[in-house]
Design a protein around this ligand. Structure first.
Ligand code: AMP
Length: 175
């Protein structure tokens, strides 16, 4: 696993001052370009959770879709898109969360999951944890969030502390 993680880490591109000054953007498009690294990153997350009972993968828009969908394929389970506001066409449930300035909201279809469904939430990156903890709360309204998986974790932002203790939090590459 160590060697695989090293390889994935080496393919992540740092972009300073994007989308605004002072932010070091972790660009995963360079991971996606390389067939071997792309496959490794999906496979490593799969290996971590493969013995858990997972009924659905829920991917957070938009880069969580990229890694979430191949995981759903591997788990042989369904995929639930966690979307930004006003994108889903049918009745939704939503969860609001704080941004640096203001608030944002994520949504899923109200009829997507049932109470007994065990859900693995997937996103590309854990920063402050605001998005992921909102996703956990959202899924908890209608089903059972069992884990959260990220390709990247920015450890100094301590996003992990925002996530509830009863959920397995896994990140492949830590910075
Ligand atoms: P947070 O809610 O602070 O944990 O932020 C996580 C979300 O913002 C994820 O969906 C990431 O895609 C995105 N994000 C936050 N910080 C970065 C960063 N430095 N580089 C790339 N994406 C980021």
């Amino acid at each position: 696993m160590e060697e695989k993680i090293k390889k994935i880490r080496s393919m992540i591109r740092d972009v300073p001052d994007f989308p605004k000054k002072g932010i070091l953007f972790k660009d995963i498009t360079t991971v996606l370009l390389d067939a071997q690294t792309l496959k490794l990153s999906v496979d490593c997350i799969y290996e971590t959770f493969k013995d858990k009972k997972i009924d659905y993968i829920a991917g957070i828009e938009s880069r969580g879709f990229i890694f979430g969908m191949p995981l759903a394929y591997k788990f042989n389970c369904g995929f639930v898109p966690i979307r930004k506001p006003n994108k889903l066409p049918c009745e939704v449930i939503s969860e609001e969360y704080d941004l640096e300035y203001g608030k944002d909201r994520i949504e899923i279809h109200k009829d997507a999951l049932k109470k007994t469904d065990r859900v693995l939430i997937v996103d590309d990156l854990l920063a402050t944890g605001g998005t992921a903890s909102a996703a956990v709360s959202l899924i908890r309204k209608v089903a059972i969030p069992t884990g959260v998986a990220f390709v990247i974790e920015l450890e100094e932002l301590e996003g992990r502390k925002k996530l509830p203790g009863d959920i397995e939090v896994f990140s492949l590459v830590k910075f």
